[in-house]
Design a protein around this ligand. Sequence first.
Ligand SMILES: [Zn+2]
Length: 112
Amino acid sequence: MSESMCCYDPVTLTCPTCGHVALRLPTYRTCRPVPVPPPPAGPMGLLSGMGLGDITAASLAAIGVTKELVERLLGRPCYCPARQEWLNKIGYAVGIGKPPKKDQDVQTLAKD
Ligand SMILES: [Zn+2]
């Protein structure tokens, strides 16, 4: 297996493959494309501690479906927070996620 060299853009002095920036040209460097680092926590780590409604909202947001988008499409409030809370409670009942701590509850109520 032959190693390829960086092919720098003469203007930006940047290798488009690995993103390495040369100080000057020509620069001979073995091109090693940097693998995209995985997110700090795996999907399950990210989801742990989240309620079912939070997960649903996050999943929808991840594919571009946001509360704002839904409200714009429906032309009315989507009541997502209420549904999210409702889903959270169902999730807690079946062991998905954990109910927020008491003090967080108080803060949320106080904010509303
Ligand atoms: Zn390179």
